[in-house]
Design a protein around this ligand. Structure first.
Ligand code: 13P
Length: 258
């Protein structure tokens, strides 16, 4: 049985003080939720402090990116080994903002995925189409290309050591959420494509949805059979919203069990 995961991607927001205030607000209510898994992905400079604050809680630590290189003369880059040392369990790889703003190609994303695995991190591989691609009916082609770049490099079974996040770019930070049916259709496509190569990996694979998930729509999204949780941007910075989304995952998980 797959256990739902809700991960907050704080992106480049906040301060050390606001991070601590956010944790102070979310950790007590999250302590009461025992069915699903929860994670936060703060900016690099806050990882150590956030990791410290998470000690003794079940909330996991994640980073937003890592270098495709091991170590050496790569100014500004952060390696998988460093993230592991900071206590990270997850690392987001191939977020659409990294792909579009920072020019990361499918090959770079695949190299980052490999680095994450090498250092014992669980990569959260983001895939998703831009609006024009959806409108021209190539969503599946785009998602397949992004997924295949990773499986070509690391093998299909490598997906069992990470998580996939379907994040339609047109839904990120726009307030336009994919409908539960739209999300389910792409999630089912992803599971089917992985399953054609390796059925067991596909059945165990967590596929998160990301893109304007809020307290008000999380329950409907998480009720979909192939939606295994969420990667939350803006709403993960608002304590009440994030806690409500985590509660929705807990309730959805309880429904799966019973
Ligand atoms: P929003 O939830 O702000 O749309 O961001 C989604 C996202 O990009 C998470 O990685």
């Amino acid at each position: 049985m797959r256990v739902k995961l809700v991960a907050g991607n704080w992106k480049m927001n906040g301060s050390l003080a606001s991070s601590q205030a956010l944790l102070k607000a979310i950790l007590p209510p999250l302590a009461a939720l025992d069915r699903a898994h929860y994670a936060v992905c703060p900016p690099f400079p806050y990882l150590a402090a956030v990791g410290q604050a998470l000690r003794g809680s079940k909330v996991q630590l994640g980073a937003q990116d890592l270098s495709q290189f091991d170590d050496g003369a790569y100014t500004g880059a952060v390696s998988g080994a460093m993230l592991a040392e900071c206590g990270c369990r997850h690392v987001i790889v191939g977020h659409s903002e990294r792909r579009t703003v920072f020019g990361e190609t499918d090959e770079i994303v695949a190299a980052k995925y490999a680095q994450a695995l090498k250092h014992g991190l669980s990569p959260i591989l983001c895939v998703g189409e831009v609006l024009g691609e959806r409108e021209s009916g190539v969503t599946e082609t785009v998602v397949a290309r992004q997924l295949d770049a990773v499986t070509a490099r690391c093998g299909t079974q490598a997906l069992s050591r990470g998580v996939v996040a379907y994040e339609p770019v047109w839904a990120i930070g726009t307030g336009k959420t994919a409908s539960p049916e739209q999300a389910q259709a792409v999630h089912a496509f992803i599971r089917g494509r992985v399953g054609a190569a390796d059925r067991r990996t596909a059945e165990a694979l967590l596929i998160l949805y990301g893109g304007s998930v809020k307290a008000g729509n999380a329950a409907q999204l998480f009720a979909m059979p192939d939606v295994d949780g969420g990667l939350i941007g803006g709403a993960s910075l608002v304590a009440d919203e994030f806690v409500a989304i985590c509660r929705a995952a807990q309730s959805a998980q309880e429904t799966v069990r019973t």
